[in-house]
Design a binder for this molecule. Sequence first.
Ligand SMILES: [Zn+2]
Length: 147
Amino acid sequence: MKSKHFKDKELRCPCCKVNKVNLQSLKKLEKAREIYGKPIYITSAYRCPKHNKKVGGHPKSSHLKGRAFDISHYNTLLLLALSTKSTSKQRFKYLEQVVLQSRGYKLIKALYQAGFRRFGIGTTFIHIDDDPEKPKEVCWIYGNKKR
Ligand SMILES: [Zn+2]
């Protein structure tokens, strides 16, 4: 599968090298990349069942369908402020992150404009997918889980 901006290495399963990324999802990601205008680094796209299990993915993960992407990102921290578990000090830290760099908003805006309506926010990555079998307009938080 050819992609203008994304390497096969980023899209395929790291264990078996199989690339079953959904073309429609990839087109959306390409669109987001065009809007964003800067590189988007994918840390996880297609996963075979074995690899998904290994990385602790959900048994019905959209990564298994090739419809999900994890994007390396460190500036989504403000969104974690939405978590009621955050302390005032933590929230202020998130706020400072936004002051220092608005990159996170621009990336989320680009992903939204490209049509993604399912967002999972981690401390170091953003999960997006366009799984037609799952509810739209949802946003969840991964806590301190690293990917
Ligand atoms: Zn695999």
